[in-house]
Ligand binder design. Structure first.
Ligand code: PAF
Length: 281
């Protein structure tokens, strides 16, 4: 596996592969890899001739400097996992390589980035779309894979790619869960044992909503049932519950007559966890 720290290094590799007629699948990450990331890598291997993984804790998507400083990092362990998974190249630039002195351009999906989770974390999705654009321009992948857990992020990136005519196929990959249903996230390691034990309530509430949807229900009834389950867990503080159109993320109301995306976020001991489910009648 090649390890690159500079744009020139990864660009030389990707140019050579493309000139040789090979396709490139890119897995964007902020490192501290877990089975959820490895599911993206596995799917990337099935799609592309070459797999590139980027590891970059992107400062532009963190509002709170403390959150950025606390973000878990372990490059050696990450690289060992990627090597074992047969990845062709890992790209680990430093911040100056991606945001050089004088950098001032941003990319933003003006509506989608500023609703829902974007209101809880102002500027977050703008930071994501800006860095993703930079990486697409550096690596020029044929495919880029993103987890469905970050549902709004996936829709924001799909919108950006459509609006800016970017020549890359965005592939969403289903959320990987622990045995008790908690969606895998790099943040899970920061939970206390008690909060870790409480956190699967998110998945249980979504599973209940899925059942209700199948039986026939309304948006309001789904919302009330999820809210009641989360509020019954004393360690959970509900931060966001939105039932929206799966692509436009516009709020829905009344009878559930078509698929709807449920976006859920809650804090456990100050750690914000998110989960999502698309439910269908
Ligand atoms: O989902 C993530 O880990 C990040 O938001 C991403 C897409 C790697 C951009 O920094």
């Amino acid at each position: 596996m090649k390890i690159c720290h500079t744009k020139d290094c990864i660009r030389a590799l990707s140019d050579a592969w493309r000139e040789g007629g090979e396709s490139i699948a890119l897995v964007p990450t902020m490192g501290y890899l877990h089975a959820g990331h490895m599911a993206l890598v596995e799917r990337a291997r099935a799609l592309g001739d070459r797999v590139v993984v980027w590891i970059f804790v992107n400062p532009a998507q963190f509002g709170d400097p403390e959150d950025l400083a606390k973000y878990p990092r372990d490059a050696e362990r990450d690289l060992a996992m990627l090597r074992a998974a047969g990845v062709d190249a890992a790209f680990l630039p430093d911040v100056g390589e991606i945001y050089p002195e004088g950098d001032e351009t941003i990319v933003e999906t003006t509506r989608l980035a500023n609703i829902l989770h974007g209101q809880v974390r102002p500027g977050h999705f703008r930071g994501v779309t800006t860095v993703v654009t930079k990486f697409f321009n550096i690596i020029r992948p044929d495919y880029a894979l993103f987890g469905e857990k970050d549902y709004q992020q996936l829709q924001v990136i799909r919108r950006m790619v459509r609006d800016l005519f970017m020549d890359v196929e965005i592939v969403g990959v289903a959320t990987v869960r622990d045995a008790d249903g908690l969606a895998l996230s790099s943040r899970n390691v920061r939970l206390s044992p008690e909060d870790r034990a409480a956190a699967p309530v998110l998945n249980r509430a979504l599973a209940r909503a899925e059942e209700m949807a199948r039986e026939g229900t309304t948006i309001e009834a789904l919302e009330a049932a999820i809210r009641a389950m989360i509020e019954a867990e004393p360690r959970a503080a509900l931060r966001g519950l939105d039932i929206v159109h799966p692509e436009s993320l516009a709020p829905l109301e009344g009878a559930l007559e078509a698929p709807a995306a449920i976006l859920l976020s809650a804090e456990f001991g100050g750690i914000l966890l998110i989960d999502q489910r698309v439910v269908s009648p």
